[in-house]
Design a protein around this ligand. Sequence first.
Ligand code: PLP
Length: 332
Amino acid sequence: MFSSPTSRSWVGPDRASSAREFHRTLPGYEPTPLTDLPALATELGVGRVLVKDESARLGLPAFKVLGASWACHQVLRQHPGARLVTATDGNHGRAVARMAAHFGVPATVFVPEVMLPETAELIAGEGAEVVRLEVGYDDAVRAAAAFAEQSPGRALVQDTAWEGYTEVPGWIVDGYRTLLEELDEQLGAAPDLIAVPVGVGSLLEAVVRHHRRPGLPHPTVLSVEPDTAACVLESLHAGRPVTVPTGDSVMAGLNCGTVSASAWPVLYGGLDAAVAVSDDDSLRAVADLGALGVSSGPSGAATLAGIRAAADSLRLPDDAVVVLLSTEGDLR
Ligand SMILES: Cc1ncc(COP(=O)(O)O)c(C=O)c1O
């Protein structure tokens, strides 16, 4: 675990965007549920535990379409009719494929070797061309970027930033803000702690930016990663971005070895605590949330595993309000 007691007072610049107004125009948009789970509050010794349940978001079983939809919309304004190109661990690619069909353009989605065949089929089922590479996620992103660069008729819609590629990932982060604005409205006040599942850290960037605005309450932000792909945790320990090797993980959406370059300075400044969890702990959380009536896949349920691992060190008050972002449904 990593903790940074001074990060709560960090203040980041706000970023205005009209992503939420755009989301409201999409068919089927409505805020996702925020579910009170008193049994977990008792277990953790806090006042309330609430789960933001992203198992059904704009017709897909994960939050990722919030970022992909806004970014695809913006990219296609710049490059009308372009083929949308991306690499994915699963949810982002499916969301880009869905949006390409929505906007009537073709899509090519690069996927890493560890992707389950059924996940690749879901992406292909949206009408996208799926290219499976015998590489990990980070290299699949490089391949997608190279493929997109080969023709002006192709546009990369990637959910992670690197030097020289920040505009599109910025739109993706802006799109994730919708989830946080809904949460504010549903809760009526800032929580004491929000737990966030982390792959490349773009969702986490959105959360930290949102909860480090000037003049507003600054809740504790806890990041949760697989112990086999803990790039944010390792980077925080090192004090600089480091790439970690990745293998297989049940938390497929979190299986990334390199933190987004745009996310890094925001996380380094404003993230309070980071923890890594095992596959077994995540699967136990999937089962426990399922038993409480919340459909949560391993990447989403990781936040319950994370708060279980970190609760003692965080010394939360017994009336604390804890929000867990459950970013995907359980498809198994
Ligand atoms: C279900 C789910 N949760 C969380 C994340 C993490 O988001 P990020 O890669 O922005 O850290 C992902 C990323 O694909 C995901 O699919």
